[in-house]
Write a protein that binds this ligand. Structure first.
Ligand code: NDP
Length: 448
């Protein structure tokens, strides 16, 4: 073990001891520490001020009970969370996830990641994440409404347009954000931009729904362009069928790619003719209106459905993991590389296990980590905050152009901090670029 590895292992041993059993959180910190600990050798000022040690503790964790009544009159209890990670460069900002089985460790990993991602966008936003182990699937609209109202009845005292601005994530779409915002407005007696992802009629922004997926494809476009290639004519596979996956597929189709697969929690479809714009409309309606499974797509279009599988065994030029964390294993990464995959851009948060990232980085495959590739969503949320403060709405074209510019800037920052010997390490580039801005602010504030 060399000195750098010793430093990393020593740091990680302390983190694991202080946060027992929180494997996804350990994984997220290790991925960043791999880049930052060697970088600190070049910045003794950051090291002396223990900036990274301080950044691996959240500013604050809020946990609360959420009691609500189901349609049968039974009293149900869930747990609510908000992890406010860092407000060094702006108010806390990050989504809410409603998914059964989520734990504090999941929100800690997401809040930590969000801090670096938000910094990378260049906008003044700190990092946070939250949500609940409530499962909105198979619940009626009224049940979801009652849950959201109860959840917000506690959360509202911890958030505000200059304090903490939540948004959607898995299980929290337009319906949930609307119920949450309605309850906030009622309790605070204020109409302010306290949540992003709102409906267009009450302060929402054009392009927000599309932003994460579009941004992910823009990142891939920039990576390929930087290496003399383009998206046009390439084949692609996308995991997930939710918000991020749908708009990743939409932009890929627009830029001339052929998308061969999508997946959901029940399995994966393989459509060798490609998912056309019309078929994608079917997926959108299936997932956002009927909330059904992709088995219905397979029946409708006569294609294969692989139960319980993800799309990584299907040969394609480009891969976009857009469903959930740890959905690309080391073996999946090997299979993708073996099949000649030239680029991977992560739409979901931390979808690739560390050993899988190592496989991509040892191969010619270009790899954009989530904190760079999926930052388009939060960047557009930042633009929604700006519009809310100014009480105006920018047009769709203007916002798309801004999003395009922000993704190009993120790519540029990754190259600046990650390029050496003609090769770009996008993981290192994103981690260091995201860290430096937060670290400079923390240095300036003194010790706290
Ligand atoms: P959605 O809830 O809209 O969609 C998630 C999709 O992933 C669904 O198709 C779901 O299947 C599938 N899925 C969820 N869990 C699993 C699992 N364990 N195994 C297989 N499939 C699964 O969420 P989003 O699209 O909003 O988010 C997807 C990812 O992107 C998350 O990691 C999120 O944190 C990240 N992200 C989202 C942003 C946004 O703007 N929405 C911004 C930045 C990151 P089913 O349809 O069956 O439920």
């Amino acid at each position: 073990m060399n000195r750098q590895q010793t430093g990393l292992e020593h740091f990680m041993a302390g983190l694991v001891r202080r946060n027992p059993g929180e494997e996804v959180f350990h994984q997220a910190v290790r991925e960043v520490a791999n880049s930052i600990i060697p970088f600190l050798k070049t910045r003794p000022d950051y090291k002396e001020a223990s900036i990274f040690e301080r950044l691996s503790e959240p500013d604050r964790v809020i946990m609360f009970r959420v009691g609500w009544e189901d349609d049968q009159g039974n009293i149900r209890v869930n747990r609510g969370y908000r992890v406010q990670w860092s407000n060094a460069i702006g108010p806390y900002k990050g989504g809410l996830r409603f998914q059964k089985d989520v734990t504090l460790a999941v929100f800690k990993f997401l809040g930590f990641e969000q801090t670096f991602k938000n910094s990378l966008t260049g906008l003044p936003m700190g990092g946070a994440k939250g949500g609940s182990d409530f499962n909105p699937k198979c619940k009626s609209d009224r049940e979801v409404m009652r849950f959201c109202q109860s959840f917000m009845s506690e959360l509202f005292r911890h958030i505000g347009p200059n304090t903490d601005i939540p948004a959607g994530d898995i299980g929290v779409g337009a319906r949930e954000v609307s119920y949450l915002f309605g309850q906030y407005k009622r309790l605070a007696n204020q109409f302010t931009g306290v949540l992003t992802g709102k409906g267009l009629a009450f302060g929402g922004s054009e392009i927000r729904v599309e932003a994460t997926g579009y941004g992910c494809v823009y990142m891939m476009e920039d990576m390929l362009k930087h290496h003399g290639k383009s998206i046009d004519g390439k084949t692609a596979i996308v995991s997930g069928a939710g918000n991020v996956a749908q708009y990743t597929v939409e932009k890929l189709i627009e830029l001339g790619a052929k998308v061969l697969a999508m997946s959901d929690s029940s399995g994966c479809i393989h459509d060798p003719d490609g998912i056309s714009a019309e078929k994608l409309e079917y997926v959108k309606e299936l997932k956002t209106v009927r909330r059904g499974s992709l088995t219905e797509y397979a029946k409708e279009y006569g294609v294969k459905f692989h139960k319980g599988k993800r799309p990584w065994a299907i040969a394609a030029d480009l891969a976009f993991p857009c469903a959930t964390q740890n959905e690309v294993s080391e073996d999946d990464a090997r299979e993708l590389v073996k099949n000649g995959c030239m680029g991977v851009a992560e739409g979901a948060n931390m979808p690739t296990v560390q050993a899988g990232i190592d496989v991509f980085q040892d191969a010619p495959t270009l790899f954009a980590p989530s904190k760079a590739a999926n930052a388009g969503g939060v960047a557009t949320s930042g633009l929604e905050m700006t519009q809310n403060s100014m009480r105006l709405s920018w047009s769709r074209d203007e916002l798309n152009e801004r999003l395009r510019g922000i993704m190009a800037d993120i790519h540029g920052r990754c190259v600046r901090y990650g390029e050496s010997d003609g090769r770009v390490d996008y993981v290192q580039g994103a981690n260091i670029a995201g860290f430096v801005k937060v670290a400079d602010a923390m240095l300036a504030y003194g010790i706290m």
